[in-house]
Write a protein that binds this ligand. Structure first.
Ligand code: AMP
Length: 120
């Protein structure tokens, strides 16, 4: 049996033990506003399935990732940031700056965003 990962804050959010501003939910996916927004629109799209990161993604999870991108697209349309554009971001591991060990897609928009990607 693989070792079970420590529970993350996102599992508590999925179980509704921590309140968040939910923008979308179905049997596979939850989308909610980031508590520390980096942009006027900052939404996290997460699978309910426990997946740590892109680095540990299984082939069987690929359709789920497509579904997450589709949810991001639809939320961007609903929030009227689609025409001007937005960023979709997956952080992966330490160098990627991933803090929560449950895969999540950031939807960032509502303003033109700087790149600001450089080695620390
Ligand atoms: P990352 O750095 O890519 O792992 O992103 C984790 C994100 O989760 C950060 O942007 C946090 O602000 C966000 N976050 C952590 N806890 C919560 C929470 N309780 N509600 C909403 N967003 C959260």
């Amino acid at each position: 049996m693989p070792k079970r990962m420590a529970e993350t804050v996102f599992q508590k959010i999925i179980r509704k033990e921590i309140p968040v501003d939910i923008l979308y939910e179905d049997e596979d996916i939850l989308a909610f506003r980031d508590i520390h927004p980096l942009a006027p629109v900052h939404v996290l799209i997460i699978p309910k399935k426990e997946i740590v990161s892109v680095a540990t993604l299984e082939d069987e999870d690929v359709p789920l990732m497509g579904k997450m991108i589709r949810v991001a697209r639809d939320i961007a349309r609903d929030l009227k940031i689609s025409e001007k554009g937005y960023k979709l971001l997956y952080r992966v591991g330490e160098h990627g700056g991933q803090e929560v060990q449950h895969i999540h897609l950031h939807l960032l928009g509502g303003a033109r965003l700087s790149e600001n990607i450089h080695p620390l």
